[in-house]
Design a binder for this molecule. Sequence first.
Ligand SMILES: *[C@@H]1O[C@H](CO)[C@@H](O)[C@H](O)[C@H]1NC(C)=O
Ligand SMILES: *[C@@H]1O[C@H](CO)[C@@H](O)[C@H](O)[C@H]1NC(C)=O
Length: 346
Amino acid sequence: MMMGERSLCWVVTLFGVLSAAVYSYKCDLYEGSWVYDDSYPMYDSTKCPHIRKEYDCIKYGRPDLTYLKFRWQPTHCILPRFDAEEFLRKMSGKKIMYVGDSVSLNQWQSMVCLLHAALPSEANIHEETINSTTTVTYEDYGVSISMFLSHYLVDITQEKIGRVLKLDSITDGDVWKENDVLIFNTWLWWYRRGEKQPWDYVETGTKILKDMDRMVAFREALTTWANWINSDVDTVKTRLFFQGVSPSHYNGADWNEPGVTNCGKEALPISGSTYNGGWPKAEMVVEQVLSGVKKPVSLLNITRLSQLRKDGHPSSYNAFRGMDCTHWCVAGVPDTWNQLLSAALG
Ligand SMILES: *[C@@H]1O[C@H](CO)[C@@H](O)[C@H](O)[C@H]1NC(C)=O
Ligand SMILES: *[C@@H]1O[C@H](CO)[C@@H](O)[C@H](O)[C@H]1NC(C)=O
């Protein structure tokens, strides 16, 4: 009787060990929680030149600094610490480009700061802006990292009737596809109206409309992007990533504080892995469109881990003193996005 129980126990333990081994082999880097780690942040943001004034929280007086001290811990595996030297070595000779809105710019700035902090001051680094692209080149490694600002990925053109958002056209793609790594993102601008809407008409197929359902328009633009990938991008040369939807924090009910209407008092992440706010509809659209692309595109699935970071936004600590619970402080959450990007690049 005793022996029987004991061997059953061994079998159960062995099964547990084996399944844990299989699990860690197939580990999901995007499923996990935030843990306090005194060795963070990975750099001192006050020493990083040119952080955009929207993201430079410490410079604009953020008093609580605990938000810098969290590390993303996947449940079943270890996310390697970002190693700037190793990153530049493995990317040697390559061109990396972030393409998208100010959330892409957020991630690009974090990357430039992560690299700046780790390199000696005599390193050969050049920065230049041409048209809508800013490029930082690390001459010693032959690596360039660019930011191409494109709010919708698809075109906006000036016509006789006014500015037209063309859901079926991507002309900037010819510039993008010259890169070895592309990280795309678009979402923030799709619901903008009034003065903040940078177009007057929207073109879908042969129709030109004053407006249309914005989620339908978003899906159509992403589908245009997917078709462009299928027809134009050589994925042997170019690795593709799409950044998942970056969440905002304006609704306290999403984190058990009903009545709260912004992130202004948030100083800690949500503990654990679950978030009340649900999965953004736009993210579902992104995942559906990506699943239809015939070529390999990796989802940088940062949505859930960022949902847990109600404390990571600038709130009022930016040059404008406006409440911003959409973008992210640098240093901060986008450093983890880049750590995940580096891990995905192998
Ligand atoms: C992204 O991450 C979430 C949360 O971990 C998960 O539910 C979802 O299935 C993931 N999406 C993809 C396409 O892997
Ligand atoms: C910048 O934009 C102009 C006008 O669209 C174009 O003619 C020029 O070739 C671009 N420059 C570069 C370096 O891409």
